[in-house]
Ligand binder design. Structure first.
Ligand SMILES: Nc1nc2c([nH]c(=O)n2[C@@H]2O[C@H](COP(=O)(O)OP(=O)(O)OP(=O)(O)O)[C@@H](O)[C@H]2O)c(=O)[nH]1
Ligand SMILES: [Mg+2]
Length: 323
């Protein structure tokens, strides 16, 4: 019975080389449970320690590095046959010293996509490796009406040239309606441009379901997520994201097996003048419950990315000002 299983609180570091896009994995030492399986470095939180203190201690003990820049990322619970492990993942982007094997574990830098080539990966390490393929910036369309198509396509191309790799097509106020042939044609063009740049595209669920599969998945509005009975597209080839405004929405995203959440709006934004902003503290509290990567939305720009990540965001979503 699950209530008889020990519950272990663990902190884990996704140690990132932001130049190469690689992450550091270690092989579990001989004699420990799951020996030889690959994992993110980390370990058990000791009583009285904060997550951050435990992270800094573990990475010093296991790798000999002194962490100076890290932010909370995703916390989730994984049930193993004999234990339940609560894993608080942190992104580690700054440290001094060179990671060195201090527990006779093998270490390897790998791209998230290439990790499987190392060997067997701890089951609870698989979702974070998938999440690490999500970029920090998520660009949203705002074409508005047909006369803006040309200039918007140029803006899109510029964003792609600047490194944007995730785009949402969302045109709730399209004059001919959200299922218009004119809109389908622009989306088709946008998908082609994005794919040529190696960027993925999600279609907002305000648009017809038949369009989602022509892109790389769907961004479900909160109300559409609540109506969905199951994840609408398979995980192997598609992304499913959920727009959330509160804790109930993020928990529902988890139930659906979503890949990530967009939570907001965090700051006041011209697009929602009559709704109160969440603010960063509420954002952080809700994001911590998500068990998934969370993008901050509402008043976001490249200038807010660091603040967003200090509050547990994976990244930021915005119409303008991303890159
Ligand atoms: N470090 C780490 N542990 C993980 C990951 N995924 C995962 O399920 N775990 C589990 O979390 C627990 C962490 O234990 P650990 O053996 O690293 O603990 P530790 O460093 O404090 O070692 P110690 O108990 O020998 O002092 C293990 O039950 C391990 O299976 C992961 O990616 N990294
Ligand atoms: Mg450990």
């Amino acid at each position: 019975m699950s209530e008889a299983k020990p519950y272990i609180k663990v902190v884990v570091g996704a140690i990132l080389n932001q130049q190469t896009g690689e992450v550091l994995l270690g092989q579990r030492p001989k004699g420990k449970p799951w020996e030889d399986w690959w994992e993110f470095p980390g370990g058990k939180i000791e009583s009285g320690e904060t997550e951050k203190q435990a992270l800094v201690r573990e990475l010093k003990e296991e790798l000999g590095i002194d962490v100076h820049t890290c932010t909370p990322w995703v916390t989730f619970t994984y049930e193993y046959p004999k234990t339940v492990v609560n894993l608080a993942f942190w992104r580690v982007t700054g440290w001094t010293g060179t990671p060195t094997s201090l527990e006779e574990q093998r270490l390897a830098w790998t791209t998230p996509a290439g990790a499987a080539e190392l060997g067997e990966l701890l089951p609870a390490s698989l979702p974070p490796l998938r999440w690490l393929t999500l970029p920090e910036h998520y660009a949203l369309s705002a074409i508005g009406s047909p006369e803006n198509i040309e200039s918007w396509l140029a803006t899109l191309q510029q964003q792609l040239d600047n490194g944007i790799r995730l785009v949402q097509l969302r045109e709730p106020a399209w004059p001919d309606g959200t299922a218009a042939a004119s809109l389908k044609a622009v989306f088709g063009q946008a998908i082609e441009i994005c794919h040529a740049a190696g960027a993925r595209v999600l279609i907002n669920s305000v648009h017809p379901k038949a369009w989602w599969k022509q892109a790389d998945g769907v961004q479900l509005r909160a109300q559409d997520a609540l109506l969905a009975e199951a994840r609408p597209l398979p995980q192997d080839n598609y992304l499913v994201a959920v727009s959330a405004h509160n804790t109930a929405d993020v928990l529902y995203a988890q139930v659906l097996g979503a890949d990530f959440v967009v939570l907001g709006h965090v700051l006041d934004t011209p697009s929602h003048p009559d709704q109160a902003a969440l603010g960063w503290e509420a954002f952080a509290a809700i994001a911590h419950e998500a068990g998934l990567p969370v993008y901050a939305i509402g008043g976001q720009s490249a200038a807010t990315l660091a603040t967003a990540q200090e509050h547990g965001a994976h990244g930021i979503a915005a119409i303008r000002g991303l890159a």
